[in-house]
Design a protein around this ligand. Sequence first.
Ligand code: G6P
Length: 611
Amino acid sequence: MCGIVAYIGPREAYPVILKGLKRLEYRGYDSSGVALLNDELRVYKKKGKVAELEDSLVGKDLHAHAGMGHTRWATHGEPNDRNAHPHSSASGRLAMIHNGIIENYTQLKQELMRKGYVFKSDTDTEVLLNFIEDIQQNNQCGLEEAVRIALKRVVGAYVIVLLDRDTPDTLIAARKGSPLVIGIGKGEHFLASDASPIIEYTKEVVYVNDYELAILKSDELILKNLGNDKITPFIQKLDMEMAAIEKGGYEHFMLKEIFEQPATIFDCLRGRLDVVKGTITMAGIQQHIEKLSTAKRIIMIGCGTSWHAGLVAEYVFEELCRIPVEVEYASEFRYRNPVVHPGDVIIAISQSGETADTIVAIEKAKENGAFILGVVNVVGSSIARISNAGAYTHAGPEIGVASTKAFTAQLAVLTMIALKIAKERGSIDTTRYMHLLNELHSVPEKVKEVLKLNGAIQKLAEKYKEAKDALYLGRGYNFAVALEGALKLKEISYIHAEGYPAAEMKHGPIALVDEALPVVFVATRDSYHEKIVSNIQEVKARKGKIVAVISEGDTIIESMADDCMVIPEADELIAPMLSVIPLQLLAYYSGVAKGYDVDKPRNLAKSVTVE
Ligand code: G6P
């Protein structure tokens, strides 16, 4: 949510920043802007996507060796030029970009207004910037000290980066709650919300921690805490290739990422699952296996698609491990004084590892003595670092705003964790255990089969693109897949869609069924099959259009449905990794058919770093 990028060194800063902003655009695209510093400090900003900023800057003087850029997901103040970042201080000497929310900004703003400050924007960022400048003027101190003093009064989450016209050889950045990565080049430094703008130039990075301040010159990096003590930067090597963040011939990242799933699930299982030996190797889980297998209760927390992965995992864990599982929206969990006991295990699921609601929920659970297991995609992200243990999903960078490959990788990891715990507890017999290992092993090949539906689903999307609403229904393991299918459709095609447990339909949504309503049934062959066939009959009797995801050879549903997406047979516990894929494609092609920017759906952001 908001992307930031900055550069200091011998290169021209603007092209580095512009390219970085394009890579970070998935984090928000309400407006964008750059600040460039040579002898003077120039700020350019524009409502809309980065390309609009780029067009508006043709012919401008963009020469600079230090600069920063921002792509915004609006929180305070509507998306317009005025509220776009960077912001300039009252004196015009400082410029700042910000990702996060300053919760006590009203109070700070009132204090500053009493002193005569006038604000040009509606943002919390401009308030913090002037608060910093005010401290600097009153205390006659340097910018670094002023930032430190200011941040001690700030409530909220932030990454900020500041440029000072009077010290063109220095960038100052600080972090609490939002992500910040520093790239270390030869005589140059890069700063960004994630590694994607940096990887082209260097693989050496430092992940800045909360309450740390970075003072960057071309050839020097100083890290400090807010108490002004120096901290030794922990330099890590990025394990990511450029190809992973490029479209690779696909029209959109979302399609590329859907098609990557055979490989991403394979990567997720690789080195872990051994069907010959009958083992699952996950060091982070093994180390804590006793704690995990003796847990009285497991609580899954997450948001959006990650929450849906938790819902599938609830069924898997309860079935295999016989441990009670609850699944909570991270945002609700945090603020309702949850009952958490020492010994409870929290499984925090997150693609980005930076979702603010999930982070604060983890902090709350930690306070109460729970053990936190992170299932995260982005290596080195905040959630990965604050968890007591974890397992990465290894799906590679996911850039399309709607999550696809991260979801299936989450399911693969969660299933492996459940199998490990079940084995340890003795709650699964060897035959079932070996069967599920083999089923997991065969998922990448089966996903390849599912992807052959691509052309047919494109036609299906054309057929239903004018629908105003859609209902998605599933039971058991496929219930959460129905929710995920509906979420995908609404976020990408803006068709209103609701996911429901199929049997609950008769308690409300059935009132919506008429000949104009497509009802998507996720109805692969499982222990609920007969029941869902009855639900399909109920919709058919009311003339709803039946679109169904079914298993090979299911002639019963095939004869009832208007349209079918047929996928390979799989154990019901594994089936969601396959049944979700046609729904991802259906959402994708519906969005494309309606002419929408599927990689950047309106009002959304990929990484939601505000609560
Ligand atoms: C945003 C994204 C979703 C994602 C959710 C949770 O809403 O648009 O695709 O599922 O955040 O994000 P996380 O990174 O924690 O999985």
